[in-house]
Ligand binder design. Structure first.
Ligand code: BTN
Length: 240
């Protein structure tokens, strides 16, 4: 592992880790330290899924101290999605939008996934780890069959560690905003508004809801209009 300081952000960089989130959860790191790997052998995704993590991606976990998260820990994933989008734009990547709740899309394909995990001690959140996986380039030989129709890449040509540092720096700024401001920015960057979609509601026994996506509310919860006209708010789920 090599250590670098880029614009005030400490980057711990390895060629290979099993999971940068696992490493960030296990060690003792200061606020905004970024653990970065060129590839992961056991990348973790949401809901216990694995995250395909070959060469050609940026796999980064940013450590956050809860007392520095002024918007509230529930807004970290939304803040991270905004931080990744803004940072990539600063490096010249355009055409990105946020797919609720934790993905970034480009040309309708997933180019980034975010997994936020919390470490607790005595029932208190003691650390938040925001894990970000970005497909900077399509892997040699292309994406595996099972994700080929959904996965894309941002075609990033710059310095990966500078991008990692910028994401951590911008995330540090976003988590200092109010929850209302994060929800407002998140709404402005949201994909699929007005589109009909199926949403899995994890807070309601994985129920599948079909409806039109209206946007998010002040908690960054998804608002969906059902064919009956009823408006549902989904706090935890996935747009299928
Ligand atoms: C998802 O799309 O389900 C979330 C994927 C999050 C992947 C990133 S890659 C860096 C960090 N380390 C991990 O093991 N997972 C996250």
């Amino acid at each position: 592992m090599t250590e670098k300081n880029i614009n005030g952000i400490k980057i711990l960089h390895s060629e290979l880790l099993d999971s940068t989130n696992k490493a960030a959860m296990a060690g003792e790191y200061a606020h905004l330290t970024a653990i970065v790997a060129d590839r992961q052998s056991g990348g973790r995704g949401r809901l216990g899924r694995s995250f395909f993590s070959p060469d050609g991606g940026l796999y980064e976990s940013i450590v956050l101290s809860p007392e520095r998260i002024l918007c509230g820990t529930g807004f970290c994933t939304a803040a991270a999605a905004l931080a990744v989008k803004l940072s990539l734009e600063r490096f010249g990547v355009c055409g990105l939008s946020v797919k609720w709740v934790n993905d970034l899309l480009r040309d309708g394909k997933k180019v980034c996934g975010i997994l936020t995990e919390a470490r607790t001690e005595g029932g208190e959140i003691e650390r938040i780890v925001v894990g970000i996986g970005i497909n900077l380039r399509a892997p040699d030989g292309g994406f595996p069959e099972e994700i080929r129709d959904r996965a894309g890449a941002v075609d990033f040509e710059g310095d990966k560690l500078e991008l990692a540092a910028e994401i951590a720096r911008v995330l540090g700024e976003y988590i200092s905003l109010s929850p209302e401001k994060i929800a407002e920015l998140y709404s402005q960057n949201l994909a699929l508004i007005g589109r009909d979609a199926t949403v899995t509601d994890y807070a309601d026994g994985q129920k599948k809801l079909c409806g039109t996506i209206l946007g998010v509310d002040e908690n960054c919860f998804l608002r969906l209009q059902l064919p009956t006209g009823e408006i549902r708010t989904v706090s935890s789920g996935e747009i299928v």
